[in-house]
Design a protein around this ligand. Structure first.
Ligand SMILES: [Zn+2]
Length: 319
């Protein structure tokens, strides 16, 4: 069989740092580039006895992002603990959202070779970022910087509707432009404000069951994402053509060699032992609150483009 006999299925999980002034559960500043461990307090360093308080702006920004991507906004939502151990996560759990995300069932339209294509958005949820490990090249080991711990994020999960690296790039550009336009994130990829986990699988054309997928974490440039997808698609097809099977695993992309490498077997949701965070109250949003945000959204680039096309009888090519 040849490359043309396979269909490529891509799903993206985009993490975007929200540009609130303060962190999601404490009043520490969120600014990038400060001296290590200067934007910290007992809450975001997980001192015993401290309690989180949800930053209202985070909910507002996430709802804005949901409305701008045609999502339904949940009237009732909550925060959950995602449990795992890593040195940059002082509480040993990340506060995220599990089964009741703030936004669900949305979509964005992308332009592919002059044609419009709808890409579904499964959900958008809010969560806190982890800290950062800085590897100490002089003395060895790693140093933990918790400035980023507790910086608010939204995670935008796409449906597996993307079929090529080109479509993935267009989708990411679209998400980035929307978030910038509604001013909820600065989307600076080089500062990690926008990064994506990329899920790739392939299947023979005509098959309805999804193939086993791999996930490459923390991709932070369009170019790397395109290269990674193209590489991973070729690799998976080659494995299958040689009679092998694809392992469900988490991969790391190496920009220098242009290859993916296995990091660990992919975890399932069960491994994280999610449960509702008992330190936080439920998030209940009124119709009025949602309406108010909706009414204050700026006109989005897509609808402005459509309006111009109609009002001024322009051709699609020129805009
Ligand atoms: Zn803090």
């Amino acid at each position: 069989m040849s490359r043309e006999d396979y269909e490529v299925i891509i799903g993206l999980e985009v993490h975007s740092e929200l540009s609130t002034k303060t962190k999601i559960f404490c009043s520490c500043p969120t600014g990038f580039g400060a001296e290590p461990n200067t934007h910290v307090c007992p809450i975001c360093t997980a001192m015993p006895g401290t309690l989180p308080v949800l930053n209202e702006k985070v909910v507002e920004y996430a709802v804005k992002a949901g409305l701008a991507t045609n999502c339904e906004i949940a009237r009732q939502s909550k925060n959950d603990r995602k449990n795992y151990f890593y040195p940059d996560l002082p509480k040993s759990y990340q506060i995220s959202q599990y089964d009741k995300p703030l936004c669900e069932h949305g979509y964005v339209n992308i332009d592919v070779d002059g044609k419009e294509k709808k890409i579904g958005i499964t959900r958008i949820h809010i969560e806190e970022d982890a800290g950062k490990l800085n590897h100490d090249d002089l003395q060895g080991g790693a140093l933990v910087d918790l400035n980023r711990a507790g910086v608010p994020l939204i995670e935008i999960v796409s449906e597996p509707d993307i079929r090529s690296s080109k479509e993935a790039e267009e989708y990411l550009k679209k998400i980035k432009s929307i978030l910038e336009y509604i001013e909820v994130s600065d989307c600076k990829m080089e500062e990690g404000s926008l990064r994506a986990d990329v899920n790739v699988s392939v299947r023979k054309k005509g098959e309805t069951k999804l193939g086993t997928r791999t996930e490459t974490k923390n991709m932070n440039s369009f170019r790397s994402i395109v290269r990674e997808i193209d590489y991973e698609v070729e690799r998976q097809i080659e494995v299958l053509e040689n009679g092998g099977t694809i392992e469900q695993e988490t991969l790391r992309w190496d920009d220098v060699s242009g290859k993916t490498f296995p990091m660990r077997n992919k975890e399932n949701a069960d491994d994280y032992r999610y449960f509702p965070d008992p330190d936080l109250v439920a998030i209940n949003l009124s119709e009025e609150y949602i309406e108010n945000i909706k009414n204050n959204l700026p006109e989005l680039p897509e609808s402005r483009k459509k309006r111009y096309l109609e009002e001024y009888k322009l051709s699609r090519k020129r805009c």
